[in-house]
Design a binder for this molecule. Structure first.
Ligand SMILES: [Zn+2]
Length: 320
């Protein structure tokens, strides 16, 4: 398993051109794919006349590695159509931040990005936000044994004074109900902030994320899961009020461990968790949780595969 550190990356990526090459390796392990038309033909690398850099239209010197599509004839770089596109931040800085947000157990708060990489606070926030957006991308519905559970994130409003409580409600930073679904088969977690934890709400979350046919649902004995459970091949419950942790093979331990890790991480890294920020943070935490068995390079490759969004098509890939 390859273990990467920031020091290792700094040595390996001494220049902007090296940062482009590094991202190309993650995005295109075989060969460049045109982000405009999806072609995997042998595209032309547009070598700068001095081998290293080119002058941009604005007169700056750029080490951007540019390709020209053999089919649609348009130019592109590894940044085209990704979250990195159009940013003024050096690509090297993006790579380091990208790596740290993938590899650090608790992610990287915007103020840390600002401090470590000397970028403007707004830029730091923007970078973290863009990377979290990529982490949000979800794959096909989950199948197999699915553990579902809910929790509340945020300080207990009954322990605050009235003024503070009113302020938190006004800023939507009061206690937020969160539902998590965890696949026992793949270890993938999908969490989201919900308006409430009633049956209809949970049903919607499950419908969007789980293929119920042939799947098994494990939950606690909460009545909101009873009707939902009937839609699965089987439904196992544990009754915590009766001191049960495992019952007929069913257990919600995975969800409880997930929530305790999540709360520890939130306490340590992020202090003001409004609803909007919590959703993004959940996406980030889910991403790292779901990829915890991968090594750093595999995890970055996975995320790099998610950054192009849906604009990348594979039209034309069958051409010789
Ligand atoms: Zn093309």
């Amino acid at each position: 398993m390859e273990r990467i550190t920031v020091t290792h990356l700094i040595e390996r990526i001494p220049t902007e051109a090296a940062a482009y090459l590094y991202l190309e390796g993650l995005r295109w392990p075989d060969k460049p794919v045109c982000p405009h038309c999806g072609s995997i033909n042998d595209h032309y690398y547009l070598k700068p006349s001095n081998d290293v850099s080119r002058k941009t239209r604005t007169g700056n010197v750029s080490e951007r590695r540019v390709w020209k599509c053999k089919d649609c004839r348009r130019q592109f770089s590894v940044l085209t159509g990704t979250i990195f596109h159009g940013s003024k931040v050096p690509v090297r800085t993006w790579v380091f931040v990208f790596f740290e947000m993938c590899a650090n157990k608790n992610g990287l708060a915007a103020r840390e990005i600002e401090r470590r990489y000397g970028v403007h606070p707004k830029t730091a926030w923007f970078m973290a936000h863009r990377i979290r957006e990529a982490m949000k991308v979800r794959g096909a519905p989950m199948t197999g044994v699915i553990v579902a559970d809910e929790t509340y994130i945020g300080p207990d409003p009954t322990k605050m004074n009235a003024e503070r409580r009113a302020k938190r409600v006004a800023h939507h930073t009061d206690k937020q109900p969160v539902v998590s679904l965890i696949s026992a088969k793949t270890g993938e977690a999908r969490s989201q902030v919900v308006a409430n934890v009633r049956g209809a709400t949970l049903r919607k979350v499950i419908d969007e994320n789980v293929n119920k046919l042939g799947s098994v649902l494990y939950t606690d004995a909460g009545s909101q899961y009873t009707a939902l459970g009937r839609r699965f091949t089987s439904h196992g419950t544990v009754d915590h009020s009766a001191g049960q942790y495992v019952h007929n093979g069913a257990s919600t331990n995975k969800a409880e461990n997930y929530f305790s890790q999540l709360k520890r991480s939130l306490d340590g890294t992020h202090h003001h968790v409004s609803r909007e920020h919590l959703d993004r943070y959940l996406a980030e935490f889910d991403f790292r949780y779901s990829t915890c068995k991968m090594d750093d390079t595999e995890r970055m490759t996975r995320l790099m595969g998610q950054v192009p969004g849906r604009r990348l098509t594979y039209k034309g890939t069958t051409r010789p």
